[in-house]
Design a binder for this molecule. Structure first.
Ligand code: ZN
Length: 656
């Protein structure tokens, strides 16, 4: 581990809060120090209040901010002398403590200060840095953790036995620091939790953190507990139907759809196949901060492909135990370790699921290195329980807040790179769904860079590519709830007397045949949808009101509409809803260039604007309008509707 301090970068920050922002970001850049919101920092600054009086403020990381991306507004200013007085109280409940923190800020709009604010306040240094560094928790999550820490740092650090974060920890640290600290004290190690460094200078405090963690890493290397070997794991093709089934069970237990993300890296595979997996993985997370986001214990199954006999009973026992222990708001596990698949992380969103797998990726290093050092010893079951049922965490869970309509659901859209397909992707993402976008255009893979999106290059006429895309969708998000059959082609005007056989076949193949294959392949996944499966067919105005010169297109869309009706009949018993849209005159798509529009308008002797709005409502129909209707049809508003055919054409007298 190296210091990332850079003079050029540092020059941009001239004041104390600026430097606090800078070194906090430096900590956040190293995932072995800080991961997804873990860790916190502070700076003590004297400033003038509105009356012109000098006041000492503690600027401490606010909740909801990550050190990696924190900026000035991420630090909450709290009156320092009040915090120090609080630290002298005999007791203070955690909700009372949070109230005191919020009520003593000098900026009403600042985020809620970190629950470790009082601890920061009591350390008599301008800058305080706190992380849950992997190397430190590796050493302290060990039978002889305390002795090893003493061996490494001597009396340069104050050592605090494990106690849950919150007021009692702040009070204990203040007391122990006052008793043990001396001139050469550089830091404080909280056993089974993490490390504090401090100094009156931003760089010094940061670099003390780096050098202390570095000493821990060097110690692990000296003890032969650093290098890990993840080679030699056996791979098995994933059984995606079993993953979807597991997702359904998890979702039903939580009471809402969840995302399951499978990581089959060499590391995860190798870990999942260890003989001692049950012993080493069932102890608990490496630091209390991880308890909340990963839940206490991983769920272990021997293989997801043999779901019924192995997972189902295990899952039910897990959920029951969790419920029996106490009224639990959300008893579902957040991770599953599977011998065939590696690691499955579970979250309300794809982002949450990614956080779980990132944390566990580091936890594996911690566990395996601690094992090499003599044995991983996580927090006791009671400590983990206390953390999980912490008043503050339960309050957060209860508060919840409303989520977008499709949160936790997974949608697949074909023809997703442009026009209506792209608009559907955007609308579904905006409404909370994780989206799998299929398109023949390779650029679909880089359409967006976000956790809840995967773009897959796929020729819908290639069965193998379809199967592979669906497999990737399930590995990424755990299943499918919504399918939008949008991919299609319009070959250009052509009378039957001039129809080329190959053109006819190609249109039928893309607009009709490909969808039959896709439907067949997604059926078991839609059937396993936690709520209900939904399919939207993109028909066309040409179905109810065909025109000359579009035989192949109109016939393919008419056949597709008939396919939708049969699908609705066959799948209704599985609670899968199937509906069809008949759009018309959607001109903001790839095929309608300005030239084509002008040519068509001229053909009718109209202006482009009149041509675009030649419908009963005299309105322009955009891709976005179609996408919104797709989402609405998939929403609970239409939960009792299947086999509907809905025009979105501004009103067409031939259709009416
Ligand atoms: Zn902490």
């Amino acid at each position: 581990m190296k210091s990332l301090w850079n003079e050029e970068e540092a020059k941009q920050y001239t004041d104390e809060l600026g430097l606090r922002v800078y070194t906090s970001q430096l900590l956040g850049r190293d995932t072995n120090l800080v991961l997804h919101g873990g860790g916190n920092t502070s700076v003590k600054i004297t400033e003038k209040n509105i009356l012109g009086e000098d006041v000492d403020m503690l600027y401490v990381k606010g909740s909801g901010w990550d050190l990696e991306t924190i900026d000035r507004p991420g630090f909450s200013p709290v009156k320092l002398d009040h915090l120090i007085k609080l630290a002298n109280l005999e007791s203070l409940s955690d909700p009372q403590m949070v109230n005191e923190l919020r009520a003593n800020m000098s900026l009403a709009s600042a985020p809620t200060p970190s629950v470790e604010a009082i601890l920061h306040a009591t350390l008599p240094f301008k800058f305080v840095d706190h992380t849950h560094a992997d190397a430190i928790v590796t050493i302290t999550n060990n039978e002889k953790g305390k002795e090893r820490i003493q061996e490494i740092y001597g009396d340069r650090v104050v050592i605090i036995d494990y106690i849950m974060p919150g007021f009692d920890l702040a009070r204990l640290c203040a007391k122990q620091f006052a008793e043990q600290a001396h001139e050469k004290t550089e830091g404080m190690i909280l056993l089974n939790h993490g490390i504090f460094s401090f100094a009156d200078d931003a760089r010094e405090s940061y670099e003390r953190m780096i050098s202390m963690v570095n000493e821990a890493e060097e110690y692990l290397k000296r003890e032969g507990a650093w290098d890990l070997d993840f080679s030699g794991a056996a791979a098995t093709p994933p059984n995606i139907e079993s993953i979807a089934k597991l997702r359904k069970d998890v979702s039903v237990t939580v009471g809402k759809p969840m995302i399951l993300s499978t990581v089959s890296s060499d590391k995860m595979m190798s870990f999942s196949q260890r003989n001692d997996l049950a012993t080493i993985s069932q102890q608990g997370p490496a630091t209390p901060d991880h308890v909340i986001r990963t839940k206490r214990l991983p769920m272990l199954g021997t293989s997801v492909s043999n779901y019924i006999s192995q997972y189902e009973s295990y899952f039910q026992t897990y959920a029951k135990n969790a419920r029996d222990e106490k009224t639990m708001l959300d008893p579902a596990p957040r991770m599953v370790i599977d011998k065939e698949l590696g690691f499955i992380s579970i979250g309300k969103t794809a982002k949450d699921a990614n956080i779980v797998s990132d944390i566990y990726d580091h936890t594996i290093d911690v566990i395996l290195r601690a094992e090499k050092l003599g044995g991983y010893r996580a927090l006791s079951g009671q400590d983990i329980f206390d953390m999980e049922y912490w008043d503050l965490e339960q309050a957060k869970l209860r508060k919840g807040g409303s989520s977008p309509e499709f949160t936790g659901e997974v949608a697949l859209v074909t023809g997703a790179y442009s026009g209506i397909g792209k608009a559907c992707v955007e609308d579904l993402l905006a409404k909370g769904a994780a989206v799998v976008a299929l398109d023949i255009t390779p650029e679909v893979t880089t359409m967006y860079s976000r956790a809840d999106f995967i773009g897959l290059e796929c020729d819908v006429n290639d069965e193998a590519q379809i199967k592979n895309s669906i497999k990737k969708a399930v590995l990424a998000f755990g299943g499918l709830d919504i399918v939008v059959l949008n991919a299609g082609m319009f070959p250009g005007g052509c009378q039957i007397k001039e129809m080329e056989t190959d053109v006819w076949k190609k249109v039928m193949s893309v607009n009709l045949d490909a969808n039959v294959v896709l439907l067949r392949e997604v059926y078991p996944l839609l059937k396993a949808s936690p709520k209900y499966g939904r399919v939207i067919f993109m028909g066309s105005k040409n179905v109810p009101a065909p025109g000359p010169g579009a035989a192949a297109y109109s016939a393919s869309k008419a056949a597709l509409t008939q396919l939708a009706r049969i699908t609705a009949l066959e799948w209704g018993g599985d609670a899968i809803r199937v509906n069809t849209l008949h759009p018309d005159a959607v001109f903001d798509t790839g095929i309608w260039t300005e030239e084509v529009l002008q040519a068509r308008a001229k053909h009718y002797g109209m202006s482009v604007q009149d041509y675009k709005t030649k419908n009963i409502l005299k309105t322009e129909i955009k891709s976005k309008d179609v996408a919104e209707l797709v989402s609405t049809l998939c929403s609970s508003s239409f939960s009792k509707t299947t086999a509907a055919q809905i025009p979105i054409d501004g009103g067409n007298d031939r259709v009416i």
